[in-house]
Design a protein around this ligand. Structure first.
Ligand code: GLC
Length: 736
């Protein structure tokens, strides 16, 4: 075995004809590769490199080195790797499987896991948090009938695993755009196999001490999720479709009539002229800009859908331009590849191509400025064709280089959303761009929703692990269609869905064509009253969610979290699928089964306060709770101070003059991030951060960062029944 540093942070180890490369990175990360692996369709962040702590010359055929004070790496003659923590092996990948099969190139990384191992991650898969025992193929797929965990591929292809094995958490990121095949200890109980349909081997290992450190390191590498507008945390209403102006105005009217908060209405494909992107059906929407303005006066923004496939129509400018420039996907004989989507025959542009991207950027900008549209919803961008998957040999030309679909497939949606992420920034606004398909790096440009679920109890249940797994996979803002997309729902399901997802980052009720109406007012007074009660609760939590959103975008932490993320030492949390945490302070345990009104709730160690009743519970155990149809369980960790808004019907930071700090416990801390909620001025330091502290009957606020002229005029402190109010000031100290 030979080894040499090709530069101070890059070690090359060779044995026979094999050559292994190790790049040591900050944040307890290491990049390992066997063959050169092209990465030009993926933009990873430059993570600082670091020196290996110690390296010993090979003895007994083993090269040993220390990556940190507690993590070591050993490499044997066959170039097998053994990662150890405090002398105990926890991850030993076998990399020697690069091979060519008849079908295609194939390389595989295998490793053994302990009997009690858990495997998390992989984004939107329809499965519980722990994906051990399942197999997947990560290649973007729209399978509209996916109803459970039997479907190996879904819309998103996010190649991140968080593993707990041999008493240690570690993270793995596989950065190729080619399809990965995962066998998560399905074929063999204690063996994980990750195969790539290509002939190179390459992975990042994150070996930090807990899920927080590991996931932050991964997020730093793939790029933190972009920082959202505060308004995006508000309630959103959608349907395929609000087909004309009258229907849209009716939604706003009903929301107002029933006194329900609303921030956005979404227009599905019927707003377009013949399903052509960036066009308007003038019969259905004679004056879309005026409609948008009228809604805006009521605090409601308008979001419009945009599909990946472009209608074949020589008279349609977008089609003509794509074909003229050769931006569309091509068959091997050089003709345009024609698929079928909503507009009928369609082409699929190579959106990542510079010229194509600039063209679509201009089109989108023209559209949103002409019609005063507030957000862009990107769909069918796996990309999907009703005629079946695009053949692997179809090519896309990206900046002078031809890419076969096999390589470009998983990069396609990111190329598409990148046309739009800067559309709003020219007007000094943060993007509102979301997508159905994506890969790990896409969160820099767009947030996500999880596509076409069904109005089924089972899908309500799965929404929790699905959104938490997206959160773990770097997608801070994600959500499912509240109430379910396909099929007809019912009153109880809608109510429980609202309660069950009430603090999930993206909260949008959406349903399919030909299904029963699913707006909260579609049922009865009781439904509306309960929906309103929880929407009001969500709006109270907006400053808490928004403060977290800022933290996530700057530190790569998570907004919504599985319990084990906050309590990694507590094994009881490892398989929890029906509870979730929001930041460190809130734990939610909804009912997700029909007819159920009593459930067991696991509370980790510590004291927990029922948010609604104030009752306290000792954690480290299960409690039983009765939850009638209008009740869901929300607990606050003792020692927390929640920042809250009150009375909002929509979010407009300029109009928010009161902030409430609600104290839980005798010694407590809270944080608030404040800015204008919409512009990019925060990048120039125009924001405030506050630290709120309560102890010995006194509450105090300290303003840590000053950069924004606050809109608050009044501060309320609340603790149990007690409440005091003071005029807004930067630093406060009061008895409470
Ligand atoms: C896709 C989307 C869905 C949308 C429909 C029509 O199925 O996932 O949300 O309503 O297309 O555009």
């Amino acid at each position: 075995m030979n080894y040499q540093f090709t530069d101070k942070n890059h070690l090359e180890v060779s044995s026979g004809s094999k050559r292994l490369h190790l790049v040591f990175l900050e944040n307890a990360s290491i990049h390992v590769y066997v063959n050169e692996c092209p990465k030009d369709l993926i933009e990873l962040n430059e993570v600082l490199e670091t020196k290996v702590l110690r390296i010993l010359p090979p003895s007994d055929g083993i090269l040993k080195m220390s990556l940190s004070e507690s993590v070591d790496l050993e490499i044997d003659e066959k170039l097998n790797l053994r990662f150890l923590h405090a002398g105990h092996e926890f991850f030993s990948p076998r990399l020697n499987n690069a091979k060519k099969t008849k079908r295609n190139d194939y390389a595989e990384i295998d490793f053994d896991i302990s009997d009690d191992a858990k495997i998390y991650g992989l984004g939107d898969k329809m499965a519980p948090m722990n994906r051990r025992g399942y197999s997947y193929v990560n290649t973007n797929t729209d399978d509209s009938n996916h109803q459970d965990e039997l479907f190996p591929s879904l819309y998103k292809s996010i190649n991140y695993l968080l593993v707990r094995s041999f008493d240690r958490f570690f993270g793995l990121y596989f950065p190729s755009t080619y399809a990965y095949e995962y066998d998560l200890a399905k074929a063999s109980l204690n063996e994980v196999k990750v195969g790539l349909r290509k002939d190179y081997l390459d992975f990042y290992l994150f070996y930090g001490d807990d899920p927080k450190q590991i996931t932050s390191a991964y997020s730093l590498l793939v790029g933190h999720p972009y920082f959202i507008r505060m308004k995006m945390l508000g309630n959103q209403q959608s349907r395929w479709s609000y087909e004309d102006e009258k229907m849209v105005r009716e939604v706003a009217k009903q929301y107002k009539k029933f006194d329900l908060p609303l921030d956005y209405i979404h227009l599905d494909i019927h707003h377009m002229d013949g399903y052509r992107d960036f066009t308007v059906d003038k019969i259905r929407f004679p004056d879309l800009a005026k409609l948008a303005d009228d809604l805006k006066r009521q605090g409601i923004g308008l979001v419009t859908i945009n599909d990946a496939g472009i209608k074949v129509d020589p008279d349609y400018e977008i089609y003509a331009k794509c074909v003229e420039n050769g931006w569309e996907a091509k068959n091997p004989d050089g003709t345009s590849f024609i698929g079928r989507v909503w507009p009928g025959d369609s082409i699929f542009p190579a959106y990542s191509n510079k010229g194509c991207r600039e063209f679509f950027f201009d089109k989108a900008k023209e559209f949103v400025t002409t019609y005063h549209v507030d957000g862009i919803w990107n769909d069918m961008n796996e990309p999907h064709s009703f005629t079946g998957p695009l053949p692997d040999e179809v090519t896309f030309e990206v900046d002078g280089k031809k890419r076969e679909f096999a390589e470009y497939h998983n990069a396609f949606p990111e190329g598409m959303v990148r046309c739009f992420d800067e559309v709003y920034s020219e007007a000094n606004r943060r993007p509102y761009v979301f997508t159905r398909a994506c890969m790990a790096t896409t969160a820099k440009y767009a947030f996500a929703w999880n596509g076409d679920n069904f109005s089924l109890w089972h899908h309500l249940g799965l929404s929790i692990p699905q959104i938490l797994s997206m959160s773990l996979s770097n997608f801070m803002i994600d959500g499912v269609d509240i109430g379910g997309f396909g099929g007809d729902g019912n009153k109880e399901l809608l109510i429980r869905w609202c309660e069950g997802n009430i603090l999930m980052p993206f909260f949008r009720n959406h349903s399919s064509l030909h299904t029963k109406a699913q707006e909260p007012y579609a049922y009865d007074k009781e439904t509306v009253d309960i929906y309103r009660k929880y929407l009001e609760f969500r709006y109270r939590m907006i400053p808490y969610l928004y403060t977290l959103a800022h933290r996530v975008s700057t530190l790569g932490e998570m907004m919504v979290r599985p319990l084990f993320y906050n309590y990694p030492e507590d094994k009881e949390t490892y398989e929890t699928n029906d509870e979730y945490m929001v930041g460190d302070a809130l734990l939610l345990a909804p009912i997700v089964n029909q007819g159920q009104t009593v459930r067991a709730i696991y509370l980790p160690k510590g004291i927990w306060h029922d948010y609604f009743t104030g009752e306290t519970y000792e954690g480290g155990r299960y409690i039983m709770m009765k939850l009638a149809l209008d009740e869901t369980a929300v607990f606050v960790k003792d020692g927390s101070i929640l920042p809250e808004f009150d009375g909002l019907k929509y979010i407009d930071k300029k109009k928010i003059h009161r902030i409430t700090y609600r104290v839980f416990g005798e010694k407590a801390d809270g944080f608030l991030y404040e800015d204008d909620g919409d512009s990019l001025n925060y990048l120039k330091g125009k924001f405030n951060t506050y630290h709120i502290h309560y102890e010995g009957g006194k509450v105090g606020i300290q303003k840590d960062h000053r950069g924004y002229h606050s809109t608050f005029k009044e501060i309320v402190f609340a603790k149990g029944e007690k409440q005091i109010s003071v005029p807004y000031q930067e630093n406060v100290e009061e008895e409470l």
